[in-house]
Write a protein of this length. Structure first.
Length: 356
């Protein structure tokens, strides 16, 4: 690439992505480990067999957005919902519409490692303010960061990746009151939240500049289907419609996602089991004297290790792939099946003994 007239800010950059390795236990990208049932696969096959491939798909994806609105509840309709190829693309649409040259997006670090890339790709300036030492974001932090940076887009992640920390509704409410621009709450992991951790969807009716993003990649066990979406006031959806590529959601994606939504109870049926594995893992790690962030997601951030890369490699050598991400010294592991969690625990004990 060095010989190409590349945009200067892309020089030396690597494509984003966690390693995709063929190992027995893949606990690195927060997927739902339970595959669809044969019955659901058959229904998906039927829907994908004839979605009308000789014609362009419905540009507005109205039927799918209607189904997504019904899934979300809160009195939302298709006019409140926008959908795209993963919440990655939804977030890119938001920054194309509300960020851009001369504008800023502000998040609280550490957070999702793709955010700076969405910002770069949309020419939006990326700013961060630090979280508290326990990775929480409180009202004082929001107030101070907004006063300092006046962001065009304030991005709150709840539960946050890679820490698992939730943001309370009071803090989201305050953000909507003090932020001068859009407030986006990324709820990619909301279905895994512990009981009593409410969704920002309940605030949409009062706040026309609030956007809640969701995905079918995590709890919904549909990462391979690539379907993310948002809920907001109809005007926000209209703004996304302006910047999207025409026919951005293929006929196959729309048809298959609708079948998945029709089987929501089945696809979400393992969420409780994954929450249970997560909580057991948190207790186990803490019993071993490790630091663990409070988590409402389907993953656990734990540490601190003098050499986290060595721990990551030691686990990989034992067939367990986790993620080297987050602040220095910490590692992130996704909640998996009981078998996967047992493999992780066994491997971590062995690695700790080897390094002692
Ligand atoms: N937001 C957060 C916080 C995430 O962790 C992820 C996936 N790792 C996404 C958004 C994007 O997910 P997808 O594009 O698969 O919907």
């Amino acid at each position: 690439m060095a010989d190409l007239p590349l945009r200067p800010e892309l020089a030396g950059q690597e494509p984003y992505g966690a390693p995709q390795l063929d190992v027995p236990h893949r606990l690195n990208v927060n997927e739902n480990p339970y595959p669809p049932s044969p019955g659901l696969l058959a229904a998906i096959g039927r829907a994908a067999a004839d979605p009308g491939l000789n014609r362009y798909p419905d540009r507005e994806a109205t039927a799918l957005r209607t189904d997504l609105a019904a899934y979300l509840g809160h009195g939302l309709g298709p006019e409140n919902v926008w959908a795209a190829n993963g919440s990655n693309e939804v977030m890119t649409h938001l920054l194309q519409a509300f960020g851009g040259p001369g504008r800023t997006v502000l998040t609280f670090a550490p957070s999702y490692s793709m955010y700076p890339e969405y910002a770069r790709n949309t020419y939006t300036r990326y700013l961060t303010a630090p979280r508290r030492p326990d990775f929480t974001v409180d009202a004082d932090l929001v107030r101070a960061a907004v006063a300092e940076h006046h962001p065009d887009v304030l991005l709150l992640t709840s539960p946050n990746n890679p820490t698992g920390t939730s943001v309370s509704l009071d803090v989201v409410r305050l953000a909507c009151e003090v932020a001068p621009g859009m407030v986006v709450v990324d709820e990619a992991y909301q279905e895994f939240a512990r009981s009593g951790t409410p969704s920002a969807l309940s605030l949409l009716a009062e706040h026309p500049r609030l956007v809640v993003t969701r995905t079918m990649s995590k709890a919904f066990a549909f990462a391979g289907g690539r379907l993310g979406y948002l809920a907001a006031a109809p005007a926000v959806v209209d703004a996304c419609r302006i910047v999207r590529l025409p026919y951005h959601l293929s006929a196959v994606t729309q048809a298959v996602a609708r079948v998945a939504l029709a089987h929501a109870p089945e696809l979400l049926s393992q969420v409780d089991a994954l929450r249970r594995e997560r909580d057991l893992l948190v207790d186990w790690l803490r019993d071993r004297g490790l630091a663990v962030a409070d988590t409402d997601a389907n993953f656990v951030l734990f540490g601190r290790f003098a050499d986290r890369s060595a721990v990551w490699r030691g686990l990989l050598e034992r067939g367990v792939l986790i993620r080297e991400t987050g602040p220095d010294g910490w590692l992130r592991v996704s909640a998996g099946t009981p078998t996967e969690m047992a493999a992780f625990r066994t491997a971590l004990v062995q690695v700790a003994e080897e390094m002692a």
